[in-house]
Design a protein around this ligand. Sequence first.
Ligand code: TYD
Length: 137
Amino acid sequence: MESSIFNCNVIELAKINNRAGNITPIHGLREVPFSIKRVYYLYDVPGGETRGGHAHYDLHQLIVSASGSFDVILDDGKNKKVVNLNRPNYGLYVTPGIWRDLVNFSSGAVLLVLASMPYVESDYIRDYESFLKLKNI
Ligand code: TYD
């Protein structure tokens, strides 16, 4: 399974602002390089809790902090990087084949995900040793 954390980039999104606040629109195949088939959001994460802890075979995602702040730790089996998301007009594009951990949620954080596929449990790799094997490590 080929994929590198160096292909996972932070994308700056439009911010349409006026004195009454901001709007950030996101379209499939425009701001993100996939069509959007699912939207979900994580919220009410208790202090100190971590989420994620898996990779995907085929899923592409854009992860946005709609509110608050958290860190995404990306791992391709060889290299790791930590990306802090804390502004709603930036999104982290995550390719298939990348292990991700979600940590350091601020209180009230809302993690918005735009995803390229519906939820399919068989697309998950939840065991780190199996992940490393798939990456030939
Ligand atoms: P999971 O993706 O493991 O959570 P996270 O990466 O945020 O820690 O999902 C947790 C549970 O939620 C999983 O057992 C199935 C369910 N779930 C759905 O039913 N639909 C979805 O779109 C998602 C993302 C999760």
